[in-house]
Design a binder for this molecule. Structure first.
Ligand SMILES: C[S@@+](CC[C@H](N)C(=O)[O-])C[C@H]1O[C@@H](n2cnc3c(N)ncnc32)[C@H](O)[C@@H]1O
Length: 237
């Protein structure tokens, strides 16, 4: 997979092409397109059932067909930055999606949503969300079937609020789809320690990623809320 620091990143999703403007010279990490976002979208594009009549040959087993069935589901993206993941998932059928980030990133996010309006056929919903702000989380009216997040683990102090926000936003039977790359050893250690306590974690094998949008350091994870003891008992026939 080739990455570029060019001012515009083009991301093909099925028959559409998103053009995402980035500003790598800015002081804010949210104004760049981070490659994990492209890896996550292209993984989902590879496996998501096509909207409308399913033309995928039924002989090909699809282990992600159920997971990535977006019909009438709700999604929220955390730390959306320039919006690549949220916009990509919208094109894949997650049409009720809201992209969130902190205030300083909103101009870059809004510009990209506006620039892609013709491809998306609308301006996608967006909202300011600081992960430690319980009122903002509440105003998003959780729970969500999908929480999307890419390259959001890089500050140790933000790990706790990030995991709490994920937990508060995802429904009991929903999923968190995470595009991940190690950015800070301290944040990494704390994130996985805390996540394992709250979520069942599944790592997507690298061979299931999109072959042209994969690289060694990038991973896709699927998180589900851990079931409480009494719920586990109910599952036993
Ligand atoms: C490395 S950027 C990734 C941006 C985008 N997801 C991507 O993959 O291109 C991390 C994003 O997380 C956001 N972020 C960091 N800490 C945050 C916090 N405490 N609350 C909300 N967003 C936060 C940043 O503003 C930034 O947009």
């Amino acid at each position: 997979m080739k990455f570029t620091d060019s001012p515009v990143i083009e991301l093909p999703v099925h028959n559409a092409i998103l053009s995402i403007q980035q500003d790598n010279g800015s002081f804010h990490v949210g104004t760049s397109v981070w490659p994990c976002s492209l890896v996550l979208v292209k993984f989902a594009e590879r496996w998501a059932p096509l909207p409308g009549p399913n033309l995928r040959p039924t002989t090909t087993p699809n282990p992600y067909a159920q997971l990535l069935d977006f019909g009438s589901k709700r999604g929220v993206e955390l730390g959306a930055g320039c919006g690549a993941a949220g916009m990509g998932f919208y094109l894949l059928g997650l049409t009720d999606v809201i992209l969130t980030d902190i205030s300083p990133v909103m101009p870059a996010l809004k510009r990209n949503l506006k620039n892609n309006k013709s491809v998306l056929a609308k301006t996608l919903k967006h909202s300011v969300l600081y992960w430690n702000n319980a009122d903002q989380i509440k105003s998003l009216k959780p729970p969500y079937d999908f929480v999307l997040a890419t390259d959001v683990v890089y500050i140790e102090e933000s790990v706790g609020p990030l995991i709490s926000a994920m937990e508060a936003l995802v429904s009991d039977d929903g999923v968190i789809l995470l595009g991940y790359q190690l950015r800070s050893p301290e944040a990494h250690k704390l994130f996985w320690e805390m996540s394992e306590k709250v979520f069942e974690i599944e790592k997507v094998p690298h061979e299931d990623l999109h072959p042209e949008y994969a690289y060694e350091e990038a991973d896709v994870y699927i998180f589900r809320k851990k079931k409480k003891e009494e719920e586990k008992m109910e599952d036993i026939p």
